[in-house]
Design a protein around this ligand. Structure first.
Ligand code: PMP
Length: 284
């Protein structure tokens, strides 16, 4: 075998990164987990989703819920970081580069790094801008395993996010294949409409853990309904916000040419989410 990488011809040993199956075919699933004051938020839900994602795409890691949780807990402790982002990843190693290569080893790794606010402290309060004018839509479940948090899904997220940022927006708002509202590049969407909270049904999008936490902890008197949302509903929305592990609950101040205020429901839900993540701190 002969290999070449970044300007040099290299030995097969040095070339091991090039024969990682996941690099060629996106045979990888991962998680994003927020650490607040040294404690992982919703750790069990994330580890469960990681293992389910692996199962969905046919990866068989040598891990259980308990062993994975314990490795991640030790990773957090060793890092000494208080406010951080933890990224466990299960992926297919090499050396076989057939599309279906069951003999390859399944690998597991984790990275942790210090985490500031994803769009900056100011926009976390005043809101971000989204555009639907992006090249690719979300595939239906018949065409893509969207309940797996898989590397493959992020190619489309990345292309759309790039297009959005080059046009001066903060993020992309993707539509479903049928032209309904789907999700942002790394977050779910909610809107307040006639005083009710609406969010797309979790088909063809990731049923985010933050989305589920928000729906289970609504302010008194607010009802949330999952329903198909048409882009024309944006024009009538009173408030819009996104949810995600990295985004947390963040207001949306603009979608294409439509502007929104940070409304009272968004503010209440941001406050509830902040208190849930800081419950961890007060428990210590
Ligand atoms: N949709 C997509 C495409 C995402 O990447 C994420 C982030 N994982 C979400 C939604 C929100 O999921 P969660 O709340 O579990 O972070």
């Amino acid at each position: 075998m002969i290999a070449y990488l970044d300007g040099n011809f290299i030995t097969p040993d040095q070339a091991s990164i090039l024969s990682v199956h996941a690099l060629h075919y996106a045979s990888a699933v991962f998680e994003g987990i927020r650490i607040y004051d040294g404690q992982a938020f919703m750790l069990t839900a994330h580890v469960e989703r990681l293992l389910q994602s692996a199962e969905i795409i046919g990866l068989k890691p040598n891990l259980t819920l308990a062993s994975c949780t314990s490795i991640l807990t030790e990773t957090i402790e060793r890092s000494g970081l208080r406010n951080a982002y933890l990224r466990p990843i299960i992926f297919q190693g090499g050396p076989n580069l057939g599309v279906y290569a069951p003999d390859n080893v399944t690998r597991f790794g984790a990275l942790i790094w210090e985490w500031p606010s994803v769009f900056g402290e100011q926009r976390a309060q005043t809101g971000i801008s989204l555009t639907t004018d992006v090249p690719y839509r979300r595939a239906p479940e018949l065409c893509f395993p969207s309940q797996a948090k898989s590397s493959a899904g992020y190619m489309v997220s990345g292309i759309n996010r790039r297009k959005a940022e080059l046009a001066g927006f903060d993020d992309a708002l993707m539509l479903t294949h049928a032209g309904l509202i789907a999700e942002a590049s790394g977050a779910n969407i909610f809107m307040v409409h006639n005083g009710e909270l609406l969010t797309p049904e979790p088909h063809g999008i990731l049923n985010g853990i933050t989305r589920q936490v928000v729906m289970a902890n609504l302010p008194d008197g607010l009802i949330c309904r999952e329903c198909p949302l048409d882009p024309s509903d944006i024009l009538e929305a009173e408030e819009v916000f996104l949810t995600g592990t990295a985004y947390e609950v963040i207001p949306v101040r603009q979608i294409d040419n439509t502007l929104f205020q940070v409304g009272p429901r968004t503010q209440q839900i941001m406050d509830i989410y902040r208190s849930l993540t800081s419950v961890i701190q007060s428990k210590r």
